[in-house]
Design a protein around this ligand. Structure first.
Ligand code: NDP
Length: 241
């Protein structure tokens, strides 16, 4: 059966791999993001049935607008949009800037998922699935970004309870260090990358496809009895700060 799947932030990195993974299986995928360019590039790849829609998932009006462009029934929602918006938020800036940066991470990584889920969950079919993309940062004391990802996992527990009676699962895939993404390409030094790889049991960074396959599993019938969980996909990465 072909399913309708929404992947937020599906134009790049992990989200793109997730979108392509489902499309290759014959599902109809709706991929969103704020910038039109990555979405146009994804659509041009012509991997299965991928339809792209611009949407800022921190903006209730934009998410409301998206509703009219999606089918009446969704089978899977992947809350992937996010990333660390506040690398410099170390508390040494002025108070207004600190709060602005702190809130930006909460908005991008936690509020966006809650808002999108709240807008769409009534459309989810029985047997459907929600998968959020968390982060190993949730377990590391990684500032407002880590706090947002930890909050995502906590909030998901209540969500799983609420959707369980409708036979809908809700889980978090928590990646470790993933290469081939803007996120890590643009924000880490070579030394930091080597340090992160050295801290994994498998001695390597993950790929976006590693995350896509785990998301695919949690959204499949094989995972129908798994809900309210965090699946760590990090090559055995130990705590590094
Ligand atoms: P990318 O920056 O490539 O992907 C993030 C995507 O989210 C982009 O396509 C971006 O598009 C979109 N996005 C960001 N904010 C919004 C928004 N408000 N509304 C709509 N779309 C948005 O990085 P990754 O692929 O690495 O990140 C994907 C997820 O994985 C994130 O949640 C990140 O926190 C998480 N993660 C990544 C890890 C890594 O190693 N790369 C490790 C652990 C977790 P646009 O800017 O056009 O809106």
């Amino acid at each position: 059966m072909s399913r309708n799947i929404l992947v937020t932030g599906g134009g790049t990195g992990i989200g793109r791999a997730v979108a392509q993974h489902f499309a290759e299986q014959g599902d109809t995928v709706f991929a969103t993001g704020r910038r039109p360019e990555p979405l146009a590039e994804l659509a041009s790849k012509r991997v299965g049935d991928i339809r792209t829609r611009p949407c800022d998932h921190t903006d209730p009006a934009a998410v409301n607008g998206l509703l009219g462009e999606l089918p009446g029934t969704l089978h899977v929602l992947v809350n992937n949009a996010g990333g660390n918006t506040g690398f410099d938020a170390d508390g040494k800036t002025d108070l207004a800037s600190y709060v602005r940066d702190f809130r930006a991470n909460l908005d991008a990584n936690l509020v966006s998922a809650a808002l999108t889920t709240h807008a769409l969950d009534e459309r989810l079919a029985t047997g459907g699935a929600i998968v959020h993309i968390g982060s190993i940062a949730a377990d590391k004391g990684a500032g407002s970004y880590g706090a947002a990802k930890a909050g995502l996992a906590s909030w998901n527990l209540e969500l799983a309870d609420r959707l369980g009676p409708r036979d809908i699962t809700a889980n978090v895939v928590s990646p470790g260090y993933i290469t081939d993404t803007e996120f890590f390409r643009d924000h880490l030094t070579d030394a930091r990358r080597e340090n992160l790889v050295a801290a994994t049991s498998l001695g390597r960074a993950g790929l976006p496809d590693d995350i896509a396959e785990s998301v695919g599993f949690l959204a499949s019938p094989a995972a129908r009895h798994i809900t309210g969980q965090v699946l760590n996909v990090n090559g055995g990465e130990r705590k590094t700060r």
